[in-house]
Design a protein around this ligand. Structure first.
Ligand code: ASP
Length: 438
């Protein structure tokens, strides 16, 4: 059994967290591959090392002395090393790096990648595992995508019998330069390592006990989702949930490796399991897997008598949006009207020219624009072909006096999405949570 484990920034924030990680690894001998983030925040007012590294680079680019920021960075790592009594000569590496920063000979990506690099050096020493640099196996193509075949082969050659620690977040370009993934990219490194080594499971350790059924800033103490399919996860993240990004999980999804989200601060909690399909389910009676949503949408409704019978009209309406490079999220329609639902931030800067073009090309009877709309999504594969779910949703919202501005159900019946006023957003989510989380 091989488990690839990835520990995020808050799990790497101080020496106490390193001890928790060692206990987690010792509890299961399958946990032999460890991918780490840079040190994260120790408390609400603290800084993430990665942010400090970006700041340090910006200082040096604008000719401002970055020594105070650089010292904040180095002292975080020295503190961890000394508290754990590790024999790692950080001072020498820090001095060399500082020289290169001052001489402007280090790129932003390389400097920022050092957050994970030093985390991995310390963790490898602490666990007495082998340090395997991401620069020795993650190969980017010129277009910025990962050359998976080559990278997988390289990692397979580097991992011997002993446990390994790998820094997340970066790899190298064909010319040998370090390149980072986008923010949060250590998750991708973990997924690539799991796929390369054909792991039995990819454990992603963070500071919550899995994916929550609803946003904890809206619902007090929401339950964690025990099991979620990759398709449901995509729906949840599209509709606003702060969960792992699709690109992150692609390498493990491609190989059919289950992903388990766990909490470093509550290691007994089983967290959330994500996989393609569940043959037997922990909770087969749960209809809705998660509830999420986003505020600040606009709905443009085009009214034109005979719209549904006019050949090509939808294409022409969508063509106007295409001309303005606007992608539309939902297109609910009536007999003589069609609505276009998009984030306000996308449509607002182009609204007046867009409306003028609609007038010219569509010749509508009327156009209405409605702002301050929130979309709410109830997601769950067990809703499919099950009568009564939408009835239950809309009954609950009606009883709470929440007016619905738009309804949309995906053809695969994996979600029911509806629009409400921004001001009803939080109560709509709470109402649904209370009627479905049992
Ligand atoms: N340290 C990087 C960031 O803060 C990458 C990561 O933690 O995943 O974005």
């Amino acid at each position: 059994m091989l488990k690839v484990t990835k520990f995020g920034g808050s799990s790497m924030a101080d020496a106490g967290q390193y001890r928790k990680i060692r206990d987690i690894l010792q509890a299961d001998p399958g946990r032999k591959v460890v991918v780490v983030s840079a040190a994260g925040k120790r408390n609400k007012n603290d800084n993430k090392l990665t942010d400090l590294l970006y700041l340090c680079h910006a200082h040096s680019q604008y000719g401002v002395d970055c020594t105070p920021v650089f010292d904040m960075i180095t002292s975080r790592y020295i503190e961890i090393r000394d508290e754990l009594n590790l024999d790692v000569n950080l001072e020498q590496e820090f001095a060399l790096l500082k020289k290169r920063v001052d001489g402007k000979s280090v790129t932003q990506d390389e400097l920022v990648s050092r957050g994970e690099y030093f985390s991995a050096k310390l963790m490898a020493a602490y666990l007495d595992f082998q340090f395997v640099d991401a620069a020795d196996w993650i190969r980017f193509n010129l277009d910025g995508s990962v050359d998976k075949e080559n990278s997988y082969e390289l990692l397979q050659g580097l991992v011997k019998g002993k446990g390994v620690v790998i820094p997340g977040f970066y790899g190298i370009m064909p010319d040998g330069h370090i390149r980072t993934f986008s923010r949060g990219g250590s998750d991708i490194t973990g997924a690539l390592a799991a796929a390369a080594l054909d792991a039995d499971v990819y454990e992603n350790w963070t500071d919550v006990s899995g994916i929550l059924m609803a946003d904890p800033r809206i619902v007090e103490n929401p339950q964690a989702i025990a099991e979620v399919t990759y398709d449901e996860l995509r729906e949840l993240s599209y509709a606003g949930a702060q969960v792992l990004h699709e690109g992150t999980i692609l390498p493990v999804r491609e190989k059919g490796i289950p992903l388990n989200i766990r909490n470093t601060n509550d290691p007994e909690h089983p967290g959330t399991i994500i996989r393609e399909k569940f043959d037997t389910e922990v909770d087969p009676h749960r209809v809705i897997t998660g509830i999420t949503g986003k505020k600040d949408y606009s709905i443009i409704t085009v009214f034109k008598r005979g719209l549904t019978s006019e050949v090509g009209i939808l294409r022409r309406i969508l063509g106007v949006l295409e001309k303005h490079h606007i992608s539309v999220d939902f297109v609910p329609n009536g007999i003589d009207n069609v609505s276009l639902v998009m984030p306000t931030a996308v449509v607002a800067p182009k609204l007046y020219t867009l409306l003028a073009d609609m007038q010219q090309h569509i010749e509508p009877d009327n156009i209405e624009v409605m702002d301050q709309v929130a979309i709410v999504a109830a997601v769950g594969h067990r809703m499919a072909y099950r009568p009564g779910v939408s009835g239950q949703i809309f009954k609950a919202l009606g009883e709470a006096d929440i007016n619905i501005r738009m309804i949309n159900q995906g053809p695969d019946e994996l979600n029911i999405i509806f629009g409400v006023d921004n001001r009803d957003f939080a109560s709509a989510i709470r109402v649904l949570y209370n009627s479905f989380a049992k």
